[in-house]
Write a new protein. Structure first.
Length: 249
């Protein structure tokens, strides 16, 4: 008989699964990368799980983060599914939870991120490897804490313009780095060009994801808001809350 472990996830749900899990389906890009970095056995991932490239290319696709391929997931017979409250959709997670153990993260701060990584390390019986990753992340982040400045708007989408607001991991990262996020609304509000101009930002940060802002959009933004310094930024650094945090500094 398999050993069973019951763990409480970050949504305070108790999840019982075979320990250690050997057939994991991961539904979140940053968590997929972390799991592979510590050597966990991931058999299914979303199309957005693109790191580390050398490993994910050999892992079966199970749809997107907001649209699961339930047939593919069932065919993989996972002994644990790992998701996230914000990045996945409630109906899909609830359907999966009828048939499989599903452990959910819920992340707003760096401490939440470190807790997620430590918890998954224990769940996968890879605790020491996980703690090494967490230690590396903390060391990298320490080098950039408070090193930036200015009043900023962090754009994540175009047509309509959308920005990262309060109660998001991105907002927490901006504050940690030393920025002042001018968006006071919760989550990811839609903004007009005029509204952004009225905020009088020092900087407008154009994220590489989920909208792939590139040089054309940078030129457009610089023309729309000439009073602000517009920059392209690596969205994975600001929103991926797993081992990619080691890339700061």
């Amino acid at each position: 008989m398999d050993n069973l472990l019951t763990a409480t996830d970050q949504m305070d749900r108790e999840v019982t699964f075979s320990f250690p899990p050997t057939r994991i389906v991961s539904l979140v890009p940053s968590q997929t990368e972390f799991l592979l970095d510590i050597g966990a056995s991931v058999v299914g991932r979303t199309k957005f799980c693109i790191h580390p490239e050398s490993e994910v290319k050999n892992i079966d696709l199970v749809g997107g983060t907001k649209k699961f391929r339930f047939d593919r997931i069932k065919n993989l017979s996972p002994d644990l599914i790992i998701g996230n409250k914000e990045e996945n959709y409630q109906e899909g997670i609830e359907e999966l939870a009828h048939d499989f153990p599903v452990w959910m993260s819920d992340i707003f701060t760096l401490e939440d991120s470190f807790d997620m990584m430590s918890s998954l390390g224990k769940i996968c019986d890879l605790e020491l490897r996980a703690e090494h990753v967490v230690s590396d992340c903390k060391a990298s982040l320490k080098r950039v804490e408070g090193k930036f400045s200015g009043k900023v708007v962090y754009l994540i989408w175009k047509n309509p313009w959308m920005a990262a607001g309060k109660n998001t991991f991105i907002d927490h990262m901006l504050t940690f780095l030393g920025y002042e996020n001018l968006i006071s609304d919760e989550r990811y509000p839609h903004l007009t060009m005029q509204k952004i101009a009225e905020l009088i930002p020092d900087k407008i940060l154009l994220s590489s994801e989920p909208f792939p802002f590139k040089e054309n959009e940078l030129k457009e933004a610089s023309n729309l808001w000439p009073g602000a310094e517009c920059q392209l930024v690596d969205g994975e650094l600001y929103s991926w809350y797993g081992s990619r945090l080691r890339n700061w500094g």
